[in-house]
Design a protein around this ligand. Structure first.
Ligand code: LLP
Length: 432
């Protein structure tokens, strides 16, 4: 009935998440409110790591991309599932470490890591660092030497896959700020250089072809391209690349008409391609990493708002104003992203209107969406925007000095605060 499997309607006609009444959650914790369903987060993680076991013999790791949604509680949940983490900044590393995350299961990313971040990653004992460019390799070689730590590294490679067309085609993707291009030979040059570095251990290669991808075929293509590069390295340098990280990017259902491939199918298909290609190329099957972010967190989350003003502009449109907006969800203004919305206290009713949901910022573009089918919403109603668990809280801001909402987790009929609601005092915390 709704885009995410954890949502339903109870006897009072209210929307529920993980079996809990969202209207009561809004009353108890206030709005706007991010709500995350722990059970669905765990289920999504298992969909990937169970299939890693089933289809790839467990010779790999799932590293949740924490940029999608990161807080200490999320790190604890991921750790308790035995999965790893993809972190991209000192803030994400610090969050993981503070949550007691096993840092040897963290891959550290970023196209412009600072010396401070590299040093912190080394001191924290991260499992590996995904190196983006040659100057970074040199800086890491130096810092690692000074610290007497020899980190495992991977290289970020641009495999030249256009993941956004329906049928995957090989394209010149040299124009990306991330990683080394294969076509120009710079990737091979980087490998040659790393092989001769004393203080780093080139363990593997990494690629990430994009995000919100519905098909599995582009991932199969990427695996083929990466494996053939691994074979070329073996042939030309006699060097064995042990690890292959295929990144994240698996699409989710934001609207009912979206039809992403089931997450379980991803590793089944890709493992098949890896086995076949490795046999053909005469190389060992690499240890595999994948980095799902959105697919773990997005379907597990919703955002609850209180409806304020309703403005009907005859013949033009109806605005429904809410007590949040672009500071807690900047994805419409950034990407014109689409969401399903429900009036939580009228969830059993038909959606009879098409409205524009407007945020409270002093900015006309501050919308959650336009032309959104919705039940008749009035002041005081609770509005739920669905599948907001990824890239909402993590991309939130304090624009207009609006305090950030709390994050509440639900599980087994209980709810608990994972991130406290910001207060006006928090807003001036760093002001002198
Ligand atoms: N690994 C790497 C290296 C990445 O850059 C990303 C996402 C992921 C994994 C996880 O991708 P996912 O499974 O979540 O698609 N802010 C945008 C999404 C940016 C994704 C950036 N990289 C949005 O709100 O749609």
């Amino acid at each position: 009935m709704f885009v995410s499997e954890n949502l339903a309607v109870n006897a009072q006609g209210n929307l529920t998440i993980g079996g809990i009444d969202t209207v009561s959650l809004a009353e108890q914790y206030g709005t706007p409110l991010y709500v995350m369903d722990e059970e669905l987060v765990r289920k999504n993680l298992r969909r990937f790591h169970d299939s890693m076991r089933k289809f790839y013999g467990g010779r790999g790791e799932v590293h949740y991309a924490s940029k999608a949604f990161c807080c200490k509680e999320m790190c604890r949940i991921v750790a308790s599932e035995g999965d790893g983490l993809d972190a991209v900044s000192i803030g994400e590393l610090y969050t993981a470490k503070s949550a007691g995350f096993p840092m040897d299961k963290v891959g550290f990313h970023g196209n412009n890591k600072t010396d401070e971040e590299l040093a912190y990653a080394l001191e924290s004992g991260v499992g590996h660092i995904i190196v983006d460019n040659i100057p970074e390799l040199h800086r890491l070689e130096k810092i690692a030497g000074e610290k007497g730590i020899r980190p495992q590294i991977m290289f970020r490679i641009k495999p030249g896959i256009d993941a956004h067309t329906h049928k995957a085609v090989l394209t010149g993707q040299i124009d990306s700020k991330f990683g080394f291009a294969l076509e120009t030979g710079e990737a091979m040059e980087a490998v040659k250089e790393a092989v001769n570095c004393k203080n780093v251990d080139l363990m593997g290669l990494h690629c990430h072809i994009g995000s919100q991808i519905f098909d599995i075929e582009p991932f199969e293509q990427a695996a083929r391209v990466m494996l053939s590069f691994i074979a070329q390295i073996k042939k030309e340098l006699g060097f064995t690349v042990r690890g292959l990280n295929l990144g994240g990017g698996f699409g989710i259902k934001y609207l009912n008409e979206h039809d992403p491939a089931p997450f379980e199918n991803y590793l089944e298909r890709v493992s098949g391609v890896v086995a076949e290609e490795c046999a053909k190329l005469g190389i060992e099957q690499p240890y595999m990493f994948i980095e799902p972010g959105r697919s773990i967190a997005a379907p597990a989350g919703i955002t609850l708002y209180k409806v304020g003003a309703r403005k009907e502009i005859p013949g033009i449109r109806t605005y429904i104003s809410i007590d949040g907006g672009m500071p807690d969800n900047p994805r419409y203004i950034l990407y014109q992203s689409e969401y399903e919305a429900v009036v939580a206290n009228k969830a059993s009713q038909e959606r009879t209107e098409k409205v524009t949901i407007a945020g409270k910022c002093c900015e006309s573009g501050d919308l959650i969406g336009e032309n959104m089918p919705l039940q008749h919403a009035e002041s005081g109603d609770i509005l739920a925007v669905l599948a907001t668990g990824a890239y909402n809280y993590s991309m939130s801001s304090n624009y207009n000095r609006i305090p950030k909402p709390a994050v509440v987790f639900v599980n087994g009929g209980e709810s608990r605060v994972a991130v406290k609601r910001e207060t006006p005092e928090d807003i001036i915390r760093n002001d002198i």
